[in-house]
Design a protein around this ligand. Structure first.
Ligand code: PEP
Length: 254
């Protein structure tokens, strides 16, 4: 099964709208030249409308970093799928920083995923174990639970649109990336079988599984050489235009 690679930049809480425009302007021409890779930038909410105007017709997608599952109402500070959909095609759900600092649970991930699917957005659902869980050999158990609870009840007819990002928490922002071999093992032997159980073998093969955690221009090719690594969710390096362009180039499948 050939899956087109996807490289998404998670800017986290970095860049004002003006800075975001500048950052995209410095890399959009080079990014749009790279064919056969889906390219996405996920800036803070407040920069999204400005970037939507800038990226129109560029083939570079725009994603939000979070959403609320309710359609509208008394939810101060939250952003609904309709609001996101006006500008974006993608949304990150369940990032480990949201799980660690903002009370995100597998249950809230699941509610958000249902809302994103209903809205026609492409969700990038993040899973991954902490350092403690990794060191105590619980990676498979934790990731399996995050997949089965986070993706529960999803209609298998639309499930191929889902993107999963395996992001070991110990590798995020630490400069200590997983090895390609370890990431591919989790994708192939843990995530795809869990997806198959939930959504069927065909969907499990079609769903893109990205690796995230200290991906840089220097290590990207190592990850993309593995057959079950379908792209990357990139944090820090996505704020550096040359790095992000180089990572995206490395993701082109031969
Ligand atoms: C992330 O925030 O999703 C991430 C992978 O960050 P970094 O690339 O900086 O480790």
């Amino acid at each position: 099964m050939s899956r087109i690679s996807l490289v998404a930049g998670n800017w986290k809480m970095n860049r004002t709208a003006a800075e975001a425009r500048e950052l995209v302007s410095t890399m959009s021409a080079k990014l749009r030249e790279i064919a056969n890779v889906e390219k996405v930038v996920c800036p803070p909410f407040i920069a999204i409308p400005a970037l939507a105007a800038l990226l129109e017709g560029s083939g570079i997608g725009l994603g939000a970093q979070n959403l609320h599952w309710e359609a509208k109402g008394a939810f101060t500070g939250e952003v609904s799928t309709d609001m996101i959909k006006e500008f974006c095609q993608y949304v990150i759900i369940g990032h480990s920083e949201r799980r660690a600092y903002f009370g995100e649970t597998d249950e809230s991930v699941n509610r958000k995923l249902h809302a994103a699917m209903k809205a026609g957005l492409t969700p990038i659902v993040c899973v991954g174990e902490t350092l403690d869980q990794y060191e105590s050999g619980k990676t498979a158990e934790v990731v399996r639970r995050q997949i089965s609870a986070g993706l529960a009840g999803i209609d298998s007819a639309a499930a191929a649109r889902i993107v999963v990002a395996y992001e070991p928490v110990w590798a995020i922002g630490t400069g200590k990336a997983s090895s390609g071999e370890n990431a591919n093992h989790v994708h192939q032997d843990v995530i795809r079988p869990a997806l198959a159980e939930l959504l069927g073998a065909e969907n499990a093969q079609a769903i893109r599984i990205l690796y995230g955690g200290s991906v840089t221009a220097s290590n990207a090719a190592e990850f993309f050489a593995y057959p079950d690594i379908d792209g990357a969710l990139v944090g820090g390096a996505s704020l550096k235009p040359d790095e992000f362009v180089a990572i995206t180039k490395a993701a082109v499948r031969s």
